[in-house]
Structures are given as C-alpha cells and as structure tokens.
Design a protein around this ligand. Structure first.
Ligand SMILES: [Zn+2]
Length: 241
C-alpha cells in the first residue's frame, strides 16, 4: 500500500469508486496461530480465527484493532481508482497514460478512441467498460506472449508456454514446468512496467524464489525494475490491483 499516492494520475482521475460499506468477515483457519485482521482490496475486512480461537475472541481482537482498520481504510480510500462506469469523456489508463475516451465515429459503426487506438463499441449509451476491457484483453492475448517470447530469446531463458490471464491479485506468475502467465491489464501499463513483469517471471524460471540471487538476476536484465515496482505500487489500484 502506498500512502503518498498524490500522483498526476490521481488528479486526472474522474469519478472514482463508490465507497463500500464497511463489513467484517470472520473466517477460521487451521493454520493460523493468532488472530489476524486484514483489509481486502474490495474494502472487506477479514478477521482470521486461529484453530484455538473463538468468535468472541476474534470480535474482541477486531475491537482492539479498530484504529488500525480505520487508518487502513483511509489509506485505501486515498488510492487512485478507475471510474466504475466508462462513458465518452472518462479518463482511463491505456498504455501507461490516462487518456480520455473519445467518440471516433457514430452511426452504423460506432467507435471510440483512446489516444491513437480505435475500438468498436455497440453504442454510446451505458457503460463502455466491459466492452473496452474485452478489447484490451484481446490485444493483450496477442501482444503479451509476443513480447514474452522476444525477451525470453534475449535472456536465453527456456520457456514452454506463455498464457494471458485475468488475474485479480497479481501481475504475473510462473510455474516450474516453464509456463509464464501474464495479467492482461499489463497492456494498460507503461511498456517499461510490462517488460519488468516479463523479466521478473523469466528470472523466476532460473530462481524460483525472491532471494537476493533472484533480485541480482532481475537487476542484470532489467536495471529499471525499482522504478517499475514504484509505478505498480502507486498506480496498481487504477487497475484494481
Ligand atoms: Zn516474483
């Protein structure tokens, strides 16, 4: 969570998400040793009850943590968020920058554009977000694997498969058998951020951990990785991450 999210992007944002009603979900965990309270991205607080704990114990714990929860909620509320409903005039993140959705053509083939890219829509009434996000995901399925194969060749890492997925909590992942999965929302981020995620996953095929050795490998192939991490921390919430 980044507290100092006063970015240019934040100022350009319009609308913003409606505040979610504070709610707390209690869940038991066989593995947990202590009571725990976490705040999900959707605004739900989750109280974990350890094996030997009780509902009442968890409720007491939540009461004790009330101040922390309030601060965490405030921090979350300050993060930049994409508008829920997209209409012509809404600014959305596209290829690393906020662009206004503009009407490109009306009539039988209605289209909107974001900067230089044009997208077919069914009309201008209602929410354009599902349609545009489907377009983004389709482009991602073409562009992201192509880039991943390119960087795999550059770094000499052997990759078996690249898949593009709708991941809600991560930018990429990989498995020991050589598969790399990338979040389609990476087409909305700047190129250097997308490349960093690809490099990150590629280097995991060499080091399946986040050890200093892993980061040294990342540094070698992608010296700008810190800046990319910073970008993701500040702006990831615009993409729901
Ligand atoms: Zn990693």
């Amino acid at each position: 969570m980044s507290v100092n999210g006063q970015q240019d992007l934040l100022e350009l944002m319009d609308g913003g998400a409606a505040p979610t009603a504070p709610s707390i979900v209690f869940q038991r965990s066989a593995k947990a040793r202590n009571y725990r309270l976490t705040l999900r991205r959707d605004g739900t607080a989750v109280a974990t009850i350890p094996q030997r704990g009780s509902q009442r114990g968890a409720e007491e714990f939540v009461t004790q943590q009330a101040e922390w929860l309030e601060r965490a909620r405030a921090r979350q509320a300050r993060k930049p968020r994409a508008a829920e409903v997209w209409v012509p005039g809404t600014h959305v993140l596209w290829r690393g920058e906020m662009h206004e959705i503009r009407v490109a053509s009306t009539g039988e083939r209605p289209q909107v554009c974001l900067n230089a890219d044009v997208f077919r829509v069914s009309g201008f009434d209602g929410n354009l977000r599902p349609t545009l996000e489907a377009h983004f995901a389709r482009r991602a399925k073409i562009e992201l694997p192509a880039r991943a194969w390119e960087l795999a060749a550059v770094t000499g890492v052997e990759v078996k498969q690249v898949s593009v997925r709708n991941q809600r909590s991560r930018w990429g992942s990989c498995s020991a058998n050589g598969t790399i999965s990338l979040n389609w929302r990476l087409v909305q981020t700047p190129d250097f951020v997308r490349d960093y995620i690809v490099y990150h996953e590629l280097m995991h095929l060499r080091e399946m951990n986040h050890s200093t050795r892993f980061w040294a490998r990342v540094e070698e192939v992608c010296p700008g990785w810190r800046e990319a991490e910073r970008w993701l921390k500040r702006n990831g919430s615009l993409l729901g991450l």
